[in-house]
Design a binder for this molecule. Structure first.
Ligand code: KG4
Ligand code: ZN
Length: 356
């Protein structure tokens, strides 16, 4: 059985996992820096890098222990090399190089976005195991919604050259919009999970925020206008009652989920693809999971949801993407350099804001 150790330090999670080629998660740990960054209200790159450096050794040992394997028992070492905060990425990349050099195991570089896209293949056993897992067959469309990226991809295979960006955000990522609105509402960092929880009891029709760039003809997104709408509303409205707060969360979340679900389904129809998947931290959102399942089923599509632990940042998705790379004979050299850019070719031009 092939087993790969994966290491992830691209942003604010120090994570390690051992995964096999079938996507079985044999052991994993995620050390979150949320408390560190919550004090400041957002991620401070230098603090992130220093915290990764402090924890990486223990996190990797723990993942190996949980998988009940020694470093000698794994076949390769996979590491996130892009995209992300360079200082944060460097910690994982240099640590992985050291392990590779010391153990003689090949080093495999992984693109974090490809990790998120392929995370639907991961399976965990035990109480956290999900019932929604289905092994996907290529091609499928993936809606990737995280704190740093948002886009729809046509996925023909697991390599960057097999993945076509059909459209991405022109400004903020969906998770970034959740976090900025969460901050404006005084909900701390990250806002996504708290808004998700509060929205459950809220009335989504109370404050009809307009979904930005609703045209189903385009797979591009823009979330910065929606964030501004909510902020203007808050400035003019004054302090919110508990009920109003829940209603704002529900109304904002509905506007985001409306545009994500309708564009993904429209893209599947346009591309003539019958399988749709979601990935990234926002794919943990309860309303997004429910609504994409309902709409997809109504349209006769197969909807593939990641397990919750596979949606938010984790190293199992890196180990799995690395295992596929290893099985293709890939091997990175020791001068591997991290990059802020994804290896998937971009189609959408950033910075043009909302249009159409
Ligand atoms: O994929 P991820 O863990 O890290 C990046 O690669 O960015 O995504 C983090 C993002 C954050 O913006 C966070 O607020 C959002 O995912 N998020 C959620 C939920 N859980 C995490 N957004 C909405 N609802 C959630 N339940
Ligand atoms: Zn991520």
């Amino acid at each position: 059985m092939q087993r790969v150790l994966g290491i992830e330090t691209s942003c604010d999670e120090t994570a390690a996992a051992v995964v096999d080629l079938e996507g079985n998660v044999l052991g994993e740990t995620v050390h979150s820096q949320i408390e560190l960054h919550a004090r400041i209200g957002g991620i401070v790159p230098e603090l992130a890098a220093r915290d990764h450096a402090r924890n990486i050794d223990a996190v990797v040992r723990r993942a190996l222990d949980l998988a009940e394997v020694a470093l000698d028992d794994v076949d390769a070492i996979a590491v996130t090399a892009r995209p992300g905060l360079v200082g944060a990425l460097l910690v994982g990349v240099e640590f992985a190089k050291g392990l590779s050099l010391g153990s003689g195991k090949p080093l495999i570089e992984v693109d974090h976005l490809i990790g998120h896209i392929l995370a639907i293949h991961l399976r965990r056993s035990g109480p956290g195991a999900s019932l929604v897992h289905q092994t996907p067959v290529f091609p499928f469309l993936s809606l990737l919604v995280s704190g740093g990226h948002t886009g729809i991809y046509r996925v023909e295979g697991p390599r960057a050259e097999d993945i076509v960006e059909l459209g991405a955000t022109r400004d903020d990522a969906a998770g970034e919009a959740f976090d900025k609105v969460g901050k404006a509402l005084g909900l701390g960092y990250p806002g996504g999970p708290v808004i998700d929880r509060l929205a459950k009891t809220g009335d989504a029709s109370r404050f009809p925020f307009a979904s930005p760039m609703p045209s189903k003809k385009s797979a591009e997104f823009s979330f910065s206008g929606l964030k501004t709408q909510v902020m203007r509303f808050l400035e003019s409205h004054g302090p919110l009652s508990e009920t109003e707060l829940a209603d704002v969360c529900a109304s904002f979340q509905k506007a985001v989920v409306d545009v994500l679900t309708s564009k993904l389904v429209a893209a599947a129809e346009r591309e003539d693809v019958t399988r749709i998947a979601i990935g990234g931290g926002v794919a943990a959102n309860r309303e997004l999971r429910e609504r994409i399942t309902d709409l997809g089923v109504k349209k006769g599509l197969t909807v593939i949801l990641p397990e919750l632990a596979s949606a938010t940042d984790n190293a199992a998705m890196i180990a799995y993407a690395g295992a596929l790379g290893f099985s293709r004979g890939e091997c990175a050299s020791l001068d591997l350099d991290p990059s802020t850019e994804t290896s998937i070719a971009a189609q959408t031009r950033k910075g043009r804001g909302q249009r159409g």
